[in-house]
Design a binder for this molecule. Structure first.
Ligand code: NAD
Length: 325
């Protein structure tokens, strides 16, 4: 197979000064894309700085690629507009947007005050929303665009102490799905990707200082992760999802350590009874949740049609001519 390239494409990768975003930016640039390396450079003490984005730009240029740095935050309307403007000013278009910038911390639900929740939501949901809305008109005009929302298996599958982070990651995956219906006939695709990579964010989240300092755990645990769960293993899936050959729209893939799969939102066959009582629900809850036969839907119309069919079978008169056979 010929090499999959991005020549002539302009990509914005947010949070690309470190970790997974850096890997995405390096791979896209190595395959010919012109890249806006966006990062506010959050330091370990919570401050910010230009150096991570600048450093990645230097790496790309040194390898013969093209890139510019952007130090604006994704989390404000002004920042999002400035990031898209950087792409337009430097390269004249924007074809690819990878909404990757992120932060993560852990706390029980009741310890998360509104400001804390808001900060998480602004980076993981408001930011992707604002940036995509700023880039979308340019994609529509050029009849081409690829938008990728970085979500999280931790968020989608669930875990304690991450209600703020996980729900924001659900929201950003939901946005990927909803935007897949917004492009009309334009060749714009919107997908989400759950990721797993040994990065600062993962270390801070998963490995407590006690665990990291425990020599036996470090050998069996953290070093294994460092070796086997690398950022460069994630980037090819992200790159495929923003390539012109990407055949998916509105889907959620997940990748880490070389293992890639799809998240599926499915419905059970369920239980149908008109004039349902609480006792009916109690009696049939097993049938309602039974996952032995699952259905997936391309859109809400298909799902509604199936519900109407079940209602019709249960005795409700057909709606219009749809089932008047
Ligand atoms: N590492 C994992 O295993 C993992 C798992 C699930 C999801 N994720 C997601 O992957 C993405 C990348 O995470 P990572 O592990 O590479 O983390 P990382 O901390 O290594 O890199 C994230 C980068 O985003 C930047 N950033 C933060 N807020 C920003 C803002 N408002 N504007 C611009 N830049 C900002 C930071 O400065 C940092 O350089 C995040 O969205 C994260 O939630 C990571």
């Amino acid at each position: 197979m010929s090499e999959m390239r991005f020549d002539g494409r302009v990509a914005i990768v947010t949070g690309a000064g470190r970790g997974l975003g850096r890997a995405h930016a390096l791979l896209l640039a190595a395959r010919g894309a012109k890249v806006v390396v966006n990062d506010i450079g959050i330091s370990d003490d919570g401050g910010s700085g230009a150096s991570p984005a600048d450093q990645v730009v230097r790496e790309i240029v040194a390898a013969g690629g093209e890139a510019v740095a952007s130090h604006d935050s994704v989390a404000t309307p002004e920042g999002a507009a400035a990031i898209v403007a950087t792409a337009l000013d430097a390269f004249g278009r924007v074809d690819i947007l990878i909404n990757n910038a992120g932060i993560c911390d852990w706390a029980p639900f009741l310890e998360l005050d509104y400001q804390h929740f808001q900060k998480m939501r602004q980076v993981h949901y408001d930011g992707p929303w604002l940036l995509t809305q700023a880039a979308w008109p340019h994609m529509l005009k050029q009849n081409y665009g690829r938008v990728l929302f970085i979500t999280s298996h931790v968020g989608l599958a669930g875990t304690p102490n991450a209600a703020h982070y996980g729900s924001a990651k659900w929201a950003c995956a939901g946005l990927a799905r909803m935007l897949s219906f917004e492009a009309g006939s334009a060749d714009i695709k919107s997908n989400a990707l759950g990721v797993l990579g040994y990065t600062r964010l993962l270390v801070d989240g998963f490995f407590s200082p006690e665990a990291v300092e425990d020599p036996s755990l470090a050998i069996q645990g953290e070093r294994w992760w460092e070796r086997n769960v690398r950022a460069d293993q994630v980037a090819p899936v992200a790159a495929w999802l923003v390539h012109e050959k990407c055949s998916l729209n509105g889907e959620i893939l997940d990748t880490g350590a070389g293992h890639t799969f799809r998240h599926v939102l499915a419905t059970t066959e369920g239980y149908t009874k008109l004039d349902l009582s609480i006792e009916d629900v109690e009696q049939h809850i097993g049938e309602i949740v039974d996952g032995s036969r699952l259905n997936t839907w391309n859109n809400v119309g298909e799902a509604l049609e199936d519900r109407l069919k079940k209602l019709h079978e249960a005795g409700v008169e057909p709606m219009g001519t749809i089932y008047a056979d």
